[in-house]
Design a protein around this ligand. Structure first.
Ligand code: ADP
Length: 668
């Protein structure tokens, strides 16, 4: 069975892409959870702050109530100072009631609880008008009994008094025993309206806070505010422990609709969370871009590698010390060493340098490392394969510039030019063979001329010999006669020998070599052969050699053949019955434009060259002659171009054609 199915960890998510996706979603989930927690904590913190403030407010309020009650108590005690008359007491009490609104009634009672004097608040209609004061007698007595027990002020439990306008009010009695020398002489009873007490107290709080007095079980006794109902209600309770009674103060605070950003802290946390998420998104985007760049880079690298491997050009990089830092497979194959054998080498001598040339290469490398920029077209050199064979290479070098624009070394490209050399050698050999063939062909053509030319000296030799023999037979010839005849024979034999030698010289194949040759000497060499044909065709040959000419640097045999070819073409062109004046002019002079060159010319008085012939004149095997080969002019041009000169032709004056070619003068 496939191991893949057995491995519980195997699966598509194990691929790097899936794992990355999983990690990213985990990170995103964590961040979201963190942010939600933060916002929630911030909200909770704010709630606890509100609650604490409310608790503090409630305890402040209780403190306030206590101090208010104490202050009222002092003011009430002050009413009894100086044993007042009931009338003046009433006036004093009334003024007190005008100042303190929470007091609705003050009574002075004797020890049997009968009212001695009383005063009511001016702010309300009389409280006990509807039911009568006596209905509250039990509360008064309860408070006063407690007061007597405590020997100080005491409060009654609160109770509800219906008013004549249909409403009601929750009141509470306070009783202060009046004593003279330890004997109770009466009581001071003050009635507090709890509602008014709350109103006085509530002035310092905003409308959003309800304050109320409740009983232990939560029943509301009096309240200030408009009991709104919000979504969130905060509540604080404080016990007010008064002598004789106990009450609870309750404070309620509410908010309106719940806010999304309840306070600055939550807003800050939310803002930061948004920033965090945005950064996370940006990071993700950046990561994606990076990944893409990485992929692109990998692609580019693979592309470069494929390109390098497919190259047939050897590549080698060297640092500024000459150490090899890079070679491509083609280079390794070329020299037979592996990349590991080559890298780091080359400071002293590279392994592919032939030992006999190492010194020279070392010098060349030093020159290069000194910063000399090599020629763009490259230079040739010889390298050694690992097996010892030498082979020629073409090296093209360029400075290696890094991304900062600093040169870090040299990059060289190598071409194995063995094959190129072989082809060159092949074409040179075939060219030479072709020229030799052309020469032989020309000689064959001349064979008839030669026989005609040799006829004369041979006939002369034969007649001199016959004459001498006759003389010897008939009588005794004078030695002078025989000497003359012999010298004539020798002369004629020499003449024949010269003819043969000139042909032999021409045909004999010599090594190609440039030498300095006097221009006149070139003419002298071809003249015997030219004259052979000239005599047959009745052509007059003229030589125009400008004075004081320098020697020319040329391959003598080749240039002679060119001259002979052009002269022969000229004479053949004049071999027509309609041409009476047959003059062939060979000349040489300095090139008018450039004194370093000599111009040779061969002019005839033939019919000239028709334009359609001119077009293909230099095409090999083009000829207008029945026995022609059509190789002459194309070979001539090759020879002249090999010397760096050029071959041209133009109509010569009124009649005929002039062929010119240039050759370099030999500078001493
Ligand atoms: P070939 O002499 O064997 O024909 P060439 O290449 O020497 O071959 O000459 C090619 C042709 O150029 C000749 O056939 C001839 O028609 C023409 N030609 C060469 N030289 C002259 C000249 N001086 N005047 C007229 N025609 C010429």
């Amino acid at each position: 069975m496939n191991a893949r199915f057995l491995d519980p960890l195997a699966g598509p998510w194990r691929s790097p892409q899936w794992r990355r996706r999983l990690l990213w979603s985990l990170l995103a989930a964590l961040v979201v959870a963190l942010l939600v927690t933060l916002v929630w904590l911030a909200g909770r913190y704010e709630v606890s702050q509100v609650q604490r403030r409310l608790d503090r407010d409630a305890s402040d309020a209780v403190g306030d109530i206590r101090s208010r009650l104490t202050r009222n108590l002092q003011n009430l005690q002050a009413l009894q100072i100086g044993d007042p008359r009931p009338a003046s007491w009433t006036a004093e009490a009334a003024s007190l009631l005008r100042v303190y609104r929470e007091l609705v009634r003050i009574e002075w009672r004797n020890e049997r609880f009968d009212i001695v004097a009383q005063a009511g608040t001016p702010f309300r209609p009389p409280v006990f008008e509807r039911l009568g004061r006596d209905t509250a007698q039990s509360e008064v007595i309860q408070a006063c009994n407690a007061a007597r027990r405590f020997n100080g002020p005491a409060y009654s439990t609160s109770y509800f008094v219906p008013l004549s306008n249909g409403l009601g009010v929750e009141v509470m009695e306070m009783c202060l025993p009046l004593a003279t020398a330890g004997v109770i002489t009466g009581y001071l009873v003050a009635t507090y309206a709890l509602q008014d007490l709350l109103e006085e107290l509530g002035r310092q709080f905003t409308r959003s806070v309800d304050i109320s007095f409740t009983e232990g079980d939560g029943t509301r006794l009096a309240m200030r505010g408009t009991a709104q109902r919000g979504a969130r209600l905060f509540s604080a309770r404080q016990l007010i422990d008064l002598p004789g009674t106990t009450m609870v103060l309750r404070m309620d605070s509410w908010r309106g609709a719940p806010e999304l950003f309840p306070n600055v802290l939550t807003a800050l946390v939310t803002g930061m969370s948004i920033a965090l998420v945005s950064i996370l998104l940006l990071l993700g985007k950046d990561m994606r871009r990076r990944l893409k760049a990485e992929n692109d880079l990998a692609d580019a690298l693979a592309f470069r590698k494929a390109m390098e491997d497919s190259l047939v050009t050897g590549l080698r990089a060297r640092d500024l010390q000459g150490r090899i830092t890079y070679v491509n497979p083609a280079f390794c194959q070329m020299v037979g060493f592996s990349a590991d054998e080559l890298l780091g080498q080359g400071v002293q001598a590279a392994p592919y340098w032939p030992p006999e040339l190492a010194e020279e290469y070392k010098k060349r490398q030093e020159v290069r490392l000194a910063g000399n920029v090599p020629p763009r077209e490259g230079h040739e050199s010889v390298f050694m394969h690992k097996d010892g064979t030498r082979f020629p290479v073409l090296i093209i070098e360029a400075p290696l510039i890094n991304a900062q624009g600093v040169q870090t070394g040299w990059m060289s490209a190598f071409l194995d030019i063995r094959e190129q050399r072989r082809v060159e050698e092949l074409s040179r050999a075939s060219q030479e063979r072709l020229q030799a063939t052309a020469r032989l062909a020309m000689v064959g053509e001349m064979a008839s001329l030669l026989s005609h030319e040799l006829n004369q000296p041979l006939a002369a030799v034969s007649s001199y010999a016959t004459g001498t023999l006759n003389l010897l037979k008939q009588g005794d010839p004078t030695p002078a006669d025989v000497e003359l005849a012999m010298s004539r024979i020798a002369e004629q034999a020499e003449r024949a020998g010269k003819v043969i030698k000139s042909v032999h010289d021409f045909v004999r194949r010599r090594d190609q070599a440039r030498e300095a040759v006097e221009p006149g000497a070139l003419f002298d060499a071809v003249l015997p052969l030219v004259n052979l044909q000239a005599r047959k065709l009745g052509v007059q040959v003229q030589i125009h050699c400008a004075p004081k000419l320098p020697a020319v640097l040329c391959d003598r045999t080749m240039v002679e053949q060119v001259l002979l070819n052009l002269a022969r073409n000229g004479m053949q062109a004049m071999d027509r019955p309609d041409i009476r004046r047959r003059v062939l002019t060979l000349g040489v002079r300095r090139a008018p434009a450039d004194a370093r060159w000599l111009v040779f010319s061969v002019a005839d008085l033939g019919p000239g060259i028709a334009p359609e012939v001119a077009e293909q004149l230099f095409t090999p095997f083009f000829t207008t002659k029945a026995e022609g080969m059509g190789l002459g002019l194309s070979l001539c041009r090759t020879v002249i171009e090999q010397h760096g000169g050029n071959l041209a032709f133009e109509p010569a004056g009124a009649q005929g054609t002039v062929f010119t070619f240039t050759l370099p003068a030999h500078s001493a």
